[in-house]
Structure formats: C-alpha cells, structure tokens
Design a binder for this molecule. Structure first.
Ligand code: ZN
Length: 291
C-alpha cells in the first residue's frame, strides 16, 4: 500500500492538494465534495481529537500524530453524485433510521432495567449495507484522489454493489453489526484477524474493514472461514434488493467490549496498518489545535 498518505492531517483533509480529483467510489474526475464519516444525522457532530489507532509517533519523539478537528471527520473524496445523491438521498436515511430505532430502544432499556435487554429494530438491510460501504470507501486522504487507484484488497465487488442498487450483496463479503457503546468513532480499513487456535492455516485468517460509532459497530468481513468466530450479528443482506424491512434483535447483555475487535484477546491476533486507521473522540470544550 505504498503511496498512501502517512500524516493524520492529510487523512482528515487538512493538507494535501485540493481541487479536482477522482471520486474514490465511481472514478469520475471533477470537483469533490466532503463526506462526513460517520454520516451526518447519525451522530451528534462535535469538535474532536483525531488520532491513529495506536500512537506510534509518540515513541519516536517526533510530532504527535493527533489533531483537533472542527465539525467532525470529513473526507473530500466523493463526487456530488456519490455523496449527495447515492449516499445522501438513497442510502443514508435508512442508516439514520436504523440508528434512531436503536437509540430509542436503548433509552427504553435504561428506563426499565427489569425488562429483557433486547432491542428490536426493522430496517432495509441493503440500504444500510450500501450506506456503510460508501462511507468506508470514502475514507481516503485528499491526495489519494489525484490518481485513479486500481482495486486494493477485494473492494471492487463492494464498489460495484454500492454503485448498482439492483445488485445482490457480493458473495465474498459478510456484514456484521453489534451494539457499540463508546463515543470514540473508529475507522479501520484493510485489517486482518487471525485465530491461531484453528488447525488449518487457510482457516485462521479473516480480512476486512471496521467502522464504529455510537450505537453500532460494523465489520465488513471478506471470505470468513466457517470456524472463525465473530462475536456479532450477521446482518448480511440476502437476495436482490426488494425494499423489504427485516427485523433484527440486539441483546444488550451480549454487547462486546468497546475495543472489540481491534483489541483481540485469547487466541486472536490483529494485523493492521496504522495509516489505514483513525479514532475521533469528542474534544474537551477548551481543547486547542495540537498542530
Ligand atoms: Zn462518485
């Protein structure tokens, strides 16, 4: 993955060449627009401190790899059609509906702890999946838009699914979801997880992308071996899109730790590149730029 932007301020759009570029989803060249990740409407947008998943630059004594950002994390990497039309009009409203139902359900649980802690929501999973995929694909530094990049990993099938609303979810991917109860917003792309307890080498590893923001964690997983346990609900959309809402139940008693899955335990190991990660957390009111 040589050539990706290393600096966190490039990732967040504070540096690098501005102006026209290639939309990182559809490839169209032109003026690019800013995409909020997580999307507007799904989170309360606040000023934030943005850093990498691990603070490796601190150990070298060089400039800290964290910055103060105003108005949430944005990536100026999408054309207006992908950002405003496909995401903004077609897909994001369903993700917002998903988030709103979960928030309402969680508030009901807090008010009456005697009831079983189950939150039931109904949602069109194809629209939710396309929204999640679009925002994960958008998470690039501005300078990454200056040349059109060939497929990395297995992203091409996700890109095609996002762009063609009549297609079935790609066979080689699964989408997992779980209640996520932290205000830290995490993006982690192109990461691998290994379970060393599994006997066959080919079955030990999964690859994928993570996006987490209150109240959900999402994990796109490529070619999951059957024996590799994922501690989350499989919400992979089935069949062709038909605008039908599916019922999903979340058991809040089985909520994974907020560092799941980027802090593996037991027999699991994670492999990732810090430059493909970011963590945004609400900034203290008086925080100032660290640049
Ligand atoms: Zn586009």
């Amino acid at each position: 993955m040589a050539g990706y932007s290393r600096r966190i301020n490039s990732w967040a759009g504070f540096a690098g060449k501005k102006g026209p570029g290639f939309c990182v989803i559809c490839g169209q060249f032109g003026e690019l627009t800013r995409d909020h990740v997580p999307p507007q409407g799904c989170v309360h947008i606040t000023n934030a401190v943005l850093s990498r998943l691990t603070m490796d630059s601190q150990s070298t004594g060089q400039q800290r790899d964290s910055i103060y950002i105003q108005g949430g994390l944005k990536f100026q990497t999408l054309c207006a059609t992908c950002n405003n039309h496909r995401l903004g009009l077609d897909y994001d409203p369903e993700l917002k509906y998903f988030v709103d139902q979960m928030r309402i359900g969680m508030q009901a649980v807090v008010r009456n702890v005697v009831l079983p802690r189950i939150v039931r929501v109904e949602v069109d999973l194809h629209l939710v999946a396309r929204s999640v995929i679009g925002h994960i694909l958008a998470a690039h530094a501005v300078e990454d838009t200056q040349t059109w990049r060939q497929d990395i990993g297995a992203s091409e099938s996700l890109r095609q699914y996002f762009l063609h609303s009549d297609r079935a979810f790609p066979d080689d991917w699964r989408l997992y979801c779980w209640p996520y109860l932290s205000r830290k917003q995490v993006i982690l792309r192109h990461a691998g997880w290994m379970d060393i307890s599994l006997p066959d080498a080919g079955d030990k590893t999964v690859y994928g992308h993570i996006m987490k923001f209150l109240p959900f964690g999402f994990w796109l997983v490529h070619n999951r071996p059957l024996d590799f346990i994922i501690d989350a609900l499989d919400i992979t959309p089935r069949g062709v899109p038909d605008s039908v809402q599916e019922a999903i139940s979340f058991d809040l008693r089985r909520t994974p730790h907020y560092l799941y899955p980027e802090n593996p335990a037991g027999h699991q190991i994670m492999l990732f590149n810090n430059q493909q990660s970011s963590v945004a957390e609400p900034a203290p009111v008086r925080a100032k730029s660290r640049l």
